[in-house]
Design a protein around this ligand. Structure first.
Ligand code: CMP
Length: 143
């Protein structure tokens, strides 16, 4: 069964949005397959956001994501990667539609509450960066 990596960012944890966000994915019918509250070490943040390393906002991005606890999660379900992206809404909160997580709670492009993998390749890579293999469960007997 398809899996994705989602993370409530430091602004979302600080604003007590973890329960609200977990509920949205549970209510949709996805299964929580792994979770941990953690402070991301700078080295992991740089690897996670490696594709943005030449962007002008890279330093700011790493500083923000390591600035406080995040809630890292693995979710499982049919088409969970694309569906979770739809439920998150556009990266820029001003473009995110009402009813999406960023549309309802996002403030700025940096403080946009949640991160989610954008493809099967990033999902595999990001799950591998954040979770040891035996810490990710599966509800699908065929996995
Ligand atoms: P995320 O989905 O975590 O992946 C990359 C992040 O870069 C993105 O969400 C935004 O939060 C962040 N980002 C994109 N553009 C900017 C910007 N101009 N300034 C700061 N952060 C940005």
């Amino acid at each position: 069964m398809e899996k994705t990596f989602l993370m409530v960012k430091p602004d979302g944890v600080q604003r007590n949005l973890v329960g609200e966000i977990v509920s949205r994915f549970e209510n949709k019918g996805f299964k929580l397959a792994g979770a941990k509250l953690m402070i991301i070490p700078a080295e992991l943040a740089e690897k996670h956001y490696g594709e943005h390393k030449d962007k002008p906002f890279f330093g700011e991005l790493v500083d923000f994501i390591t600035s406080g606890p995040v809630f890292a999660m693995v979710w499982e379900g049919e088409n969970v990667i694309a569906t979770a992206r739809q439920m998150m809404g556009s990266t820029k909160p001003q473009d995110a539609l009402p009813g999406t997580i960023r549309g309802d709670f996002g403030v700025t492009v940096g403080k946009n509450v949640i991160h989610g993998s954008d493809s099967p390749e990033s999902a595999e890579r990001e799950i591998g960066l954040f979770f040891e293999e035996d810490k990710v469960l599966s509800y699908d007997k065929n996995d």
